[in-house]
Each structure stands twice: as structure tokens, then as C-alpha cells.
Design a binder for this molecule. Structure first.
Ligand SMILES: [Zn+2]
Ligand SMILES: [Zn+2]
Length: 413
């Protein structure tokens, strides 16, 4: 295929750009199969179809273009913008990760010397900044899946690379979330596997410190993940293959105010054990902010506690299910709500009494308040929420409105 000159687009290529705007992946896929369509063609501004798709936030279209060989690092644009910069500007984290996975260079700069992360930060797309700064290529981890030098076996069994990489890439540093990621993968819930994984994490940590352009942020993250994996390992050895106990310990709140002391102490200890510097992070640690928020801010550059929409159990963002009794804590899923109930129930009633709400006097709530069995109560709560949503939906429908938003809120996952 001939190299593209700016603006010399064929009719089909112009059509591709229109299809990107319209989001018609199917039609675009048919067109891309034709010979007169160059996937890296440039419009009159020097923008490729991938840049257009990234800027417009069309993930499916980006995937399609990459499958057809789109150049992820092309920057013929007059101002030196790359597709990754457009993804960052659009604020789409899925596209940002997709481009990084496809080999997008995060250090390329535009004509004013700004990287993709800096551009994203400039327009306030902090989630994209976090994704870019925390990116760690699978290839770098896969290095350890092959024996090096004198080694007779690799330091990391190849089957563990995928699940471990998923943990490395998480931007949610809540230890409960990381333990959940371990539990999600049966391969990892194993003493020998965890041992290999944490040792590799320690090596990566050292590498991040010793590489030419030292990356202290990633080094702290690698160290922290290693600590969580070692904790899992200790619990597996002690508790007969059960990580549930670790999750419970991490969630249990102290009686006076529900503050999860064990979790706080665990994270503090992790930070203290960071072997490569004076752990300057710790110097800001009083009781407030928590060790978790200090760690998160250091690694992701974000303050996570600015609003309440984080899951009280696992720290996932966008947790839109509330405890229907106290309305003070949010959860990302029913699973998380259930996990938290054993400790939250101690605080829930106090909070309810503090914010005495007229709604509390409805008979349904009284019935719920008196129920004591953990599981039943959580299920009751969930059913009640579901009912409320359905009722609201009916009301919206009756009023001729659109129930889509409510539906989205009431879905269980
Ligand atoms: Zn959660
Ligand atoms: Zn509650």
C-alpha cells in the first residue's frame, strides 16, 4: 500500500471517516477489507482514522482499526499528536488501555513538548492519566516466563503471567480488591504460585528503582502488590486454603466508629517496608488521611475520597448501590455488600439514628431493621432496592419519561 499523503483520500477512505463519526463498525469493517482503503490514510490535517476513532471515543472502531494494522504511534499531524493523546483527551480509559496494549509509546511528545498523560491532565481526564502512568506491558512481565541465563526453569510459570498482569494493571489499590483479584483466579490461590508471583514483583520493584529513568511510583506499586500477595500466602498456609478470612480481617471495623484498623495497619506496614528510600510517603501519615488514601494518591495521582461513590468493600469507583438502611455507604455489587455486612451492621444502626429520616418509619424499614440474620437481611435489602427501582421506573414510564437511567442503576452488576 502506498504511503499516505495528507488529504489525498479515496472516496472509500472519506467514507471510513464518516463511519467512525457515525460509529458504524460493521460497515467500516466491510470497507476496510477493500483494496482502495489504507488504514493509515491521512486526512487534510494529518489525522489517521485511528486518531479520529480515539478522539471520538469509539472503542469498537479503535479495536477494528488496530486489527487492520493501524499504526498506533503514527504522528504525522502538524502538532505531533498521537492516537494515545486523543484517547487521553477523550477521557476514555478503555481506549487508552487498548492503545497502550497495542504498543502506544507513552513518552512521545507533541509540538509543545507534552506527553499523552500531560495532555490528559491538562483537560482534567485524570482517570486516563492514571491508566497511562500505571501502564506496565505484558511483554515486560513475560520476560520472566522464559528461563534466563543459567536458570533451568522460568521464575514465573507462563500460565501465571496473565492473572498477575491483571493485578499489576489495577488502578484500584484497595487490598480487598487485590485479594479478590487473586481469588478470582484459581491458579493464583496456591502457595507455590503466590511465592513465585511475589518474588517476581520484588524483582520488578528493584528494576523500577534501578532503571535509568527511575520510576518510583511503579516501584512502590510493585512492592505493595508483593506485600498483598505475601499476606495471601501467609493466610493460605495458616487458614487451610481460605482467603475469605483475610478479606474479613481487612474489612472489620472497630467498634467505636467502624474504622478498618487491620487494613490501615497492613497498608502502613507495607509502606514502611518499602526497601528503597526513606519512604517519604509515611511522613504525612497521621490518622487522617488514611494510609490507603496516601498510597492511592502517590500511585495514581488522584484523591480517591473526594466523593462517596467508591465501594465500601473493594474501593471500586462508580459504586452506585447504597445501603438502603443508612444510605451512608455505597457498594459496587451485591457481593461486596454481603461481604461488608458483618461489620457494617454494627455502624449501620447508629448512622440511621443520627440521620433519622422520615422514610425510616415506613413499615418495610422497620421490618428490615429488626431482622438479624446476615444473609437474609442483605437479600431483603437488595429486594427492597429492586422494588424501589421498579416502582420508580413505573412512575417514570407513567409520566412518559425515559426509564433507561433508572434501569441502569437497578441492574445488579
Ligand atoms: Zn465492591
Ligand atoms: Zn447501612
Amino acid at each position: 500500500m502506498a504511503a499516505s499523503q495528507e488529504g489525498d483520500l479515496s472516496a472509500s477512505e472519506r467514507q471510513i471517516l464518516q463511519l467512525i463519526t457515525a460509529g458504524d463498525v460493521q460497515e467500516a469493517s466491510l470497507l476496510l477489507a477493500r483494496e482502495d482503503v489504507r488504514v493509515n490514510c491521512l486526512d487534510e490535517y494529518g489525522m489517521t482514522p485511528l486518531m479520529h476513532a480515539a478522539y471520538k471515543g469509539r472503542a469498537d472502531m479503535c479495536r477494528l482499526l488496530l486489527q487492520h494494522g493501524a499504526d498506533v504511534n503514527g504522528n504525522q499531524l502538524e502538532y505531533g499528536y498521537t492516537a494515545l493523546m486523543f484517547a487521553g483527551l477523550s477521557g476514555k480509559t478503555d481506549i487508552t488501555s487498548m492503545l497502550l496494549d497495542a504498543g502506544a509509546e507513552k513518552d512521545l511528545v507533541n509540538s509543545v513538548g507534552r506527553t499523552a498523560a500531560q495532555m490528559a491532565a491538562f483537560v482534567g481526564q485524570h482517570d486516563c492519566v492514571t491508566v497511562i502512568n500505571n501502564f506496565f506491558s505484558l511483554a515486560r512481565l513475560e520476560y520472566y516466563t522464559k528461563p534466563q541465563g543459567e536458570e533451568t526453569e522460568p521464575r514465573l510459570p507462563p500460565r501465571l503471567a496473565g492473572p498477575l498482569h491483571k493485578i499489576i494493571m489495577t488502578t484500584n489499590l484497595n487490598p480487598v480488591k487485590i485479594v479478590m483479584l487473586v481469588m478470582e483466579n484459581p491458579e493464583l490461590v496456591d502457595v507455590a504460585a503466590l511465592e513465585k508471583c511475589y518474588q517476581v514483583m520484588d524483582m520488578l520493584c528493584e528494576q523500577c528503582v534501578k532503571q535509568q529513568d527511575m520510576n518510583e511510583v511503579l516501584a512502590v506499586k510493585m512492592h505493595y502488590i508483593s506485600c498483598v500477595l505475601q499476606k495471601c500466602l501467609a493466610f493460605l498456609q495458616k487458614q487451610d486454603g481460605k482467603l475469605d478470612i483475610l478479606v474479613k480481617n481487612l474489612l472489620r471495623g472497630r467498634d467505636s466508629d467502624g474504622f478498618p484498623q487491620y487494613q490501615e495497619k497492613f497498608i502502613r506496614d507495607c509502606i514502611k517496608k518499602f526497601p528503597y528510600c526513606e519512604a517519604t510517603l509515611l511522613q504525612q501519615q497521621g490518622n487522617d488521611p488514611t494510609a490507603f488514601s496516601v498510597l492511592t494518591q502517590a500511585i495514581t495521582g488522584q484523591m480517591t475520597f473526594a466523593d462517596a461513590h467508591y465501594c465500601a468493600t473493594c474501593g471500586e469507583k462508580g459504586a452506585d448501590k447504597r445501603c438502603s438502611l443508612c444510605k451512608a455507604v455505597n457498594y459496587c455489587s451485591l457481593v461486596c455488600q454481603k461481604l461488608h455486612w458483618f461489620t457494617h451492621k454494627k455502624m449501620c444502626r447508629c448512622i440511621q439514628e443520627q440521620n433519622a429520616d422520615p422514610e425510616m418509619d415506613t413499615p418495610r424499614f422497620k421490618e428490615l431493621k429488626d431482622e438479624d440474620d446476615d444473609d437474609t437481611l442483605v437479600m431483603e435489602t437488595a429486594n427492597f432496592l429492586q422494588e424501589l427501582c421498579l416502582r420508580a421506573e413505573e412512575q417514570v414510564a407513567a409520566a412518559g419519561g425515559c426509564p433507561a437511567e433508572l434501569l441502569a442503576r437497578s441492574s445488579t452488576d
